[in-house]
Design a protein. Structure first.
Length: 253
């Protein structure tokens, strides 16, 4: 009886050892991903990774934050040669960790939605979807077995106007991107099963409701606007991303 019990215990130990997830994550995005507004050196990806490391069943998380301020999907297109190489350089290194699942976490769209200023803006919803698809498909092609999680953009105030002009028109355009993202992810379910996932969908409404608490007030051409999460907001957004990764991706590893 003791031998059987010991065998069961050893089996459980062995199972747990092999069921521990190891992730390598490349975070792609704009100034929000980069962490502008947080002002304490801990951008959303850091908080997302810390959240994931604290979860049961996660053994290790390696990551690279290649978010770049002001960037649009146009800037991240492989053919432009601007920022896509940042993602691939980071991924090339992380991909060598064969015991880790390579994952790309992407949040783009804020700057695409601007009326003027960022490269390529304003980007139509159709071109936004096309650009995201181009970026994602190239990543999937270059890194067999990798996965991509795409987060919805977050809210910004309708008077947002720094060097770039966003305003109500921009926010309205930003919201037209969401159905395009969701449709694209559904298409990948057939084209690339189990590789592309919907990320966070809750932060937009949450940040809109709590903007005075979670955003850094910034002086603009139409008064004080809210675009970048502050120290608390950065932590909250990172946890939203971490929870989405846990729910959508870790369940399949």
């Amino acid at each position: 009886m003791r031998i059987k019990t010991l065998a069961v215990v050893l089996l459980l130990i062995s199972f747990n050892a092999f069921s521990q997830a190891k992730l390598s994550i490349v975070f792609i995005g704009n100034s929000i991903t980069q962490g502008k507004g947080g002002d304490n050196g801990f951008p959303p990806p850091t908080h997302a990774v810390n959240y994931l490391k604290a979860q049961k069943g996660v053994e290790d998380v390696l990551y690279a934050n290649v978010g770049r301020s002001g960037s649009t999907t146009v800037d991240w297109l492989p053919e432009t040669g601007k920022y896509f190489t940042l993602a691939t350089t980071a991924a090339d290194s992380l991909y060598l960790k064969k015991d880790h699942q390579l994952l790309f976490s992407m949040k783009l769209g804020t700057n695409d939605s601007a009326i003027q200023g960022p490269n390529g803006s304003p980007v139509s919803k159709e071109n936004y979807k096309k650009n995201v698809q181009t970026i994602v498909s190239e990543l999937l092609k270059r890194y067999p077995g990798s996965k991509v999680i795409i987060h919805h953009p977050i809210w910004y105030s309708t008077n947002t106007y720094n060097r770039s002009k966003y305003l109500a028109e921009g926010l309205e355009r930003l919201q037209t991107y969401v159905p395009e993202l969701d449709a694209l992810i559904d298409e990948y379910k057939t084209a690339e099963p189990g590789r592309v996932f919907k990320g966070d969908t809750k932060a937009f409404k949450y940040f809109k409701k709590h903007y005075l608490k979670l955003f850094k007030p910034e002086n603009g051409q139409q008064g004080v606007f809210y675009l970048h999460p502050n120290v608390e907001g950065v932590a909250v957004l990172g946890e939203f991303w971490g929870k989405a990764i846990k729910k959508r991706v870790l369940a399949g590893i």
